[in-house]
Design a protein around this ligand. Structure first.
Ligand SMILES: O=C(O)CCC(=O)C(=O)O
Length: 201
């Protein structure tokens, strides 16, 4: 059963050029538990990223899956797609049905604990095209997800993504807004997040 809710206007107002749908518990607890258990077995990589000219280990682990030849470059790293496996194909079908968008790839992210994070960014690399839709599904620990407008020191909007929640970021969100998952101050267990994308080839 799909439970759909959108930004609560009371909390967030009308966010200009930000179009987001949030489906709470899109996967039931038992489905989400099964996904988390299987996704844990992925072969993870911790990449080096370059920040202000210095190399660092990315504070999370990732894996890139997609159709043959669908490669993706971000933070200076070229990711070669590993082939889909049955669970990932099933999840992709469900995310496609909810979003109405066909995805040819997914970046799977593993936040091992409260110290893992992803910095402010937009999914706006040229290979995602001018108007990308991102389908983001979360399993495991709840983490804070933040949004703020690009090029502005304006308000930061917070929401928590829980086990089984699906967030769709529609166009033109990536052109105008940044998002991040900050480190958490409280002790946090593992979270696995999947961001489905369409790479234009
Ligand atoms: O973990 C998340 O919820 C967001 C991940 C993300 O923004 C990304 O991988 O580009």
């Amino acid at each position: 059963m799909i439970q759909e809710s959108f930004w609560q206007k009371d909390d967030l107002g009308d966010l200009e050029n930000c179009h987001i749908s949030l489906y709470r518990s899109h996967f039931s607890k038992s489905q989400a538990d099964r996904c988390l258990e299987q996704l844990r077995k992925i072969e993870w990589t911790q990449n080096e990223i370059v920040l202000f000219g210095t190399k660092h280990l990315e504070p999370r682990e990732t894996a890139w899956f997609g159709n043959p030849g669908v490669n993706y470059k971000y933070s200076g790293i070229e990711h070669k797609a590993k082939p889909w496996f049955p669970l990932l194909e099933d999840i992709r079908t469900q995310v496609q049905m909810a979003s109405g968008v066909i995805f040819n790839s997914v970046l799977v992210n593993r936040y091992r604990d409260e110290n893992d994070s992803v910095a402010w960014h937009a999914d706006d690399e040229p290979e995602l095209g001018a108007a990308p839709t991102i389908g983001s599904l979360s399993f495991g620990a709840s983490r804070k997800f933040q949004l703020r407008e690009k090029n502005k020191r304006g308000k930061i909007f917070n929401l928590f993504l829980h086990h089984g929640d699906l967030l769709i970021m529609h166009p033109p969100t990536q052109q105008h807004w940044l998002h991040c998952v900050p480190k958490s101050r409280s002790k946090t267990s593992e979270r696995i997040n999947l961001t489905f994308r369409e790479i234009i080839q």
